[in-house]
Design a protein around this ligand. Structure first.
Ligand code: FAD
Length: 575
């Protein structure tokens, strides 16, 4: 199922929805999928693109969060480990089991003994990890690697004081933006409506005996300027790091406060050499800072940082200090024979804001690194506002469970008595998943063979199978009808994207801007700088589908190139 190119019709938008969800990150999408799955009339509104806030900028793991054991957050870790299994079984083509190695040096804090206890506890808390899992998704027990074996496996590690390392597994969310989109498509298949690039500017409301009664939201299309009043029986504010801002038009204290913590990653040349290291390394440096170094798309994906964003700041950009901090940390864990990473080795950065719940004692500059990642549902009826909820905190991994909990609560309160149908998000794959809990390899081989019949190489075929699941057939259909669409978008960075994907992004995946196509439908934008020529190639295919003429394609391509160049300059150069 796809997202209609023109978005929902005016008639569709004039109905009273059961629920309007604000925010198209993984939290809002989790709520929308659950709500519509249970038969509720659902509309989701985002001021940007699906995942364009934080949810496309993660460390790319569906994980328990072993680090949170240090904060005794056993509840979050257990819930995350349970969800890790559910998400992997539901989309085997978009995940990879990845071995993690946590090195222990003589000076390590926590010590080797404590690390061992943590790894063992992590394993114990994931007691059901292999229930129903096919071979490729099974996770073995952790092991200890002696120094020699560890260095063989990860040759770039500093050997001075190295004792060895603990090896355990977590699940790589290979392209978080594509898995998020797969959930969007699932919700669309069940009948949910979506408005992207549409900002919620306030609430439709009336008052009743001193209480504010929410009837819906007011919104503005950020691209076309159209304004809307959208009505619903209940509104769920799932705007992630911005939930407090969404509530501002109500001008009353609602007990919601957020610490926005900036997290940056860098993509570099592969540490240890091309194809040499296939495990992720969770290294804690002497400074106490940690980095995760993941093999990803032929490079090393390294991060994250964790720095509190000052109140009032909206600067969600990676800067040179962020990049320096990551490189300094990772370089300090490398052996002196290894060429240290410099900014010249960085080809791309990602940046996102963690939506952390702010506790009373944890004001600005609070320690976001040790803040809990748990989520919280705020029922604003407690503060005199009815028909409105907000969701604070949370993780990508736990968003399905949060969505379920949220919809359960709506059905107990505002939507009590509304007819629903049975929906089991725990055992439902995404609408594009080839099969629940199956090995992806035979499916991907089948896609490669179908693509091969049209002259595409095996790697490209597998790439399409991974990104589109069962919708690969539509991409291949486009190529069958118009063979020119098999052309690579670029040969830079080993990118495998083909032109048909840009067409499909507009016609079936709700992309409304070049940035949507480049960064969150195709893979090209995540691999490194995108040249003006490549942007032009994409615009020439996507633009006419949006009604752009040649002049507009050129103008929009210039603007997109300039936007990307400005962002890159910010992290490449100190001011
Ligand atoms: C660096 C980093 C690494 C992470 N790594 C992991 C990881 O590996 N695994 C994991 O499980 N979790 C990870 N997390 C946490 C996880 O990414 C977040 O918890 C999750 O993505 C938050 O999703 P969200 O939907 O709540 O917020 P977002 O994804 O930010 O979505 C909120 C949406 O609300 C929209 N919005 C805001 N205001 C309005 C408005 N007025 N009108 C309409 N829309 C609006 C925004 O455009 C945005 O799309 C990481 C977080 C960071 C920052």
């Amino acid at each position: 199922m796809s997202l209609p190119q023109q978005g929902p019709s005016p008639t569709d938008l004039s109905q009273v929805f059961d629920v309007i969800v604000i925010g198209g990150g993984i939290t809002g999408v989790g709520v929308a999928r659950e709500a519509v799955g249970r038969g509720l009339r659902t509309l989701l509104v985002d001021r940007g693109d699906f995942g364009g806030g934080t949810s496309a900028a993660t460390t790319k793991y569906i994980h328990g969060g072993i680090r949170y054991l240090e904060q005794y957050d056993f509840g979050v870790v257990r819930e995350s480990l349970r969800e890790r299994r559910i998400l992997a079984l539901g989309a085997p083509h978009l995940v990879h089991q990845t071995q993690f190695i946590m090195p222990a040096w003589r000076w390590s804090k926590p010590s080797r003994a404590l690390m061992g206890a943590g790894v063992a506890l992590y394993d114990a808390l994931s007691f059901d990890r292999n229930r129903g899992a096919p071979a490729s998704l099974r996770i073995p027990h952790p092991t200890w690697l002696g120094k020699q074996r560890l260095v063989q496996q990860v040759p770039w590690l500093d050997t001075d004081g190295l004792q060895g390392g603990f090896a355990y597994h977590d699940t790589l969310n290979v392209h978080p933006e594509r898995l998020l989109l797969a959930y969007v498509k699932s919700a669309a298949a069940d009948g949910a409506s979506f408005l992207t690039h549409t900002e919620v500017t306030g609430f439709a409301q009336h008052s009743d005996r001193g209480n504010v009664v929410i009837d819906g939201v007011t919104a503005r299309d950020c691209l076309g300027g159209v304004t809307y009043t959208l009505r619903a029986r209940v509104v769920v504010n799932a705007a992630g790091p911005w939930i407090d801002r969404v509530l501002q038009p109500l001008s009353r204290p609602l007990g919601v406060a957020v610490n926005r913590s900036k997290g940056v990653h860098v993509l570099t040349r592969p540490l240890g050499g091309p194809g040499r290291v296939d495990a992720a390394v969770f290294a804690r440096a002497k400074s106490g800072k940690h980095v995760i170094v993941s093999p990803w798309m032929g490079g090393s994906f390294i991060g994250p940082t964790d720095t509190a964003l000052p109140d009032g700041s909206d600067a969600v950009v990676a800067d040179a200090d962020d990049v320096d901090s990551i490189l300094t940390t990772v370089n300090s864990t490398m052996n002196p024979g290894e060429r240290a990473l410099t900014v010249d080795d960085v080809v791309a950065t990602t940046v996102g804001l963690r939506p952390l719940i702010r506790r009373g004692e944890q004001g600005d500059g609070g320690n976001t690194y040790s803040a809990s990642r748990r989520h919280e549902l705020y029922h604003h009826v407690d503060r005199g506002v009815t028909n409105l909820w907000s969701i604070g905190g949370g993780k990508w991994t736990t968003a399905r469970a949060t969505g379920k909990q949220m919809v359960d609560a709506l059905l107990k309160h505002e939507l009590r008595g509304v007819p629903t149908r049975r929906f089991d998000s725990e055992r439902s794959g995404t609408s594009t998943t080839f099969a629940w809990a199956q090995d992806a390899a035979p499916f991907l081989a089948g896609v490669a063979s179908a693509a091969g019949a049209l002259g595409l190489d095996t790697a490209t075929g597998e790439h399409l199978g991974r990104l589109y699941g069962t919708e690969y057939a539509a991409i291949i259909g486009l190529i069958g009808a118009q063979p020119g669409l098999a052309r690579r978008i670029t040969h830079d960075h080993g990118c495998l994207d083909v032109l048909a994907q840009a067409v499909y992004a507009v016609t079936h995946e709700g992309a409304r801007t070049l940035d949507d196509v480049i960064d969150r439908r195709l893979v090209v934008g995540t691999l490194g700088p995108v040249s003006r020529a490549t942007i032009g190639v994409i615009a020439d295919v996507a633009g006419p589908l949006w009604g752009w003429d040649e002049e507009r394609c050129g103008r929009e391509s210039d603007a997109e190139f300039s936007r990307r160049t400005t962002l890159e300059r910010l992290w490449r150069t100190h001011t």
